[in-house]
Design a protein around this ligand. Structure first.
Ligand code: SF4
Length: 355
């Protein structure tokens, strides 16, 4: 453990938070109790996503699924459609599964102990700490990117070990207001101790901050080595018939699980993108086809892979009736496609078809 004066820092941090906290739709006001479902939802939406992006999604979501029960009863298609544009769709799938478990196994009440809550799909150490402390006032810690940066600077440590970060976060959370302490740490990282150009003169912790004293705040923490990003090329078949497009649904697990797309597969080394598009048509819809036209490449960056989608207009054979398509394939008019959950790259392909 470090010799940081945690009690003193926490007091200053809370005074600052009480005066400067942002008014966020999922944040209970002073003296109000937080709704566990809403806190949980906000924490899932905020992973990898900015507050300003989340705001309208959060509000629209609660209009669509106002309670745990309403979400548990919803189809995955509706859930994914409501998440469309937020990305990292496994968050929505796991949240939906977890909420169904809460309704089926816990009588519709979010479990108020961290161990049980962590056993739910998609709930890791961070989410458990955030929801347990904010919604139930339990002394559970959080460490996210903001908290890590604040602690690395307080310690003037370029690469603090995860164990140390959680230990310090635990000492901060060991208080009468653990939810506020955790939110204050994250708020400080988001608003004052920002990645570039932290506003140290406005920071309630600057007197104890080792990086500020040393003038090294912009170098702390040291950038993590970037993970190597894989690259894929996907051949995509655009098949149109009687005003409708052929679309297929991805399996529920894995990248973009449960979402709809124009049939496509990753190109193998021994085939061209056109051949991959025709193969996709066979594998996903049981049709063969002839490539007629090439559209513009659409590129999309996922967290660990960059995918180049190469779409081709394909004439398909035989002339199947809709009933002959496999379960996860269907014909959809432009309007019907609007009701399906479609990933961002597929929207961009669709935009090309319309122009
Ligand atoms: Fe961050 Fe500056 Fe505050 Fe240190 S003094 S915690 S570097 S904002």
């Amino acid at each position: 453990m470090t010799d940081l004066p945690v009690r003193r820092l926490r007091k200053r941090l809370l005074d600052w938070y009480d005066a400067h906290r942002r008014d966020l739709p999922w944040r209970a006001g002073p003296g109000e109790s937080a709704d566990p479902y809403q806190v949980w939802l906000s924490e899932i939406m905020l992973q990898q996503t900015r507050v300003d992006t989340v705001r309208p999604y959060f509000q629209a979501w609660l209009e669509r699924f106002p309670t745990l029960e309403a979400l548990a009863e919803a189809d995955l298609d509706d859930v994914l459609k409501s998440w469309e544009g937020l990305g990292y769709y496994s968050r929505a799938r796991n949240f939906h599964r977890a909420v169904r478990e809460v309704v089926a196994d816990y009588g519709g009440t979010v479990p108020d102990d961290a161990t049980t809550f962590r056993s739910l799909p998609g709930v890791g150490r961070y989410t458990a700490g955030a929801v347990m402390s904010i919604a139930f006032g339990l002394r559970e810690a959080v460490v996210d990117g903001n908290v890590r940066r604040v602690f690395a600077r307080l310690l003037d440590d370029p690469a603090p070990a995860d164990g140390l970060l959680w230990e310090i976060a635990g000492a901060f959370a060991d208080s009468d207001r653990p939810g506020d302490v955790n939110q204050a740490l994250m708020e400080l990282g988001a608003m004052v101790c920002t990645p570039r150009g932290p506003e140290c003169r406005l920071c309630p912790l600057h007197r104890e901050c080792a990086a500020f004293a040393a003038g090294t705040q912009n170098e702390r923490p040291a950038p993590r080595r970037k993970a190597t990003v894989a690259k894929e090329e996907h051949g995509v078949a655009i098949v149109q018939r009687a005003g409708a497009f052929l679309v297929t649904q991805r399996p529920e697990s894995g990248r973009l699980g449960g979402m709809w797309e124009f049939p496509g597969v990753a190109r193998r080394d021994d085939e061209s993108a056109e051949e991959a598009a025709v193969r996709a048509l066979g594998e996903k819809a049981g049709l063969s086809g002839v490539v007629r036209h090439e559209y513009e490449v659409v590129r999309h960056v996922f967290s660990h892979v960059v995918v180049r989608y190469l779409p081709f207009r394909v004439d398909a054979e035989p002339n199947h009736a809709a009933a002959d398509l496999p379960e996860r394939a269907r014909w959809a008019t432009r309007r019907e496609i609007g009701d399906l959950a479609l990933p961002a790259a597929q929207h961009r392909i669709l935009a090309q078809l319309e122009s």
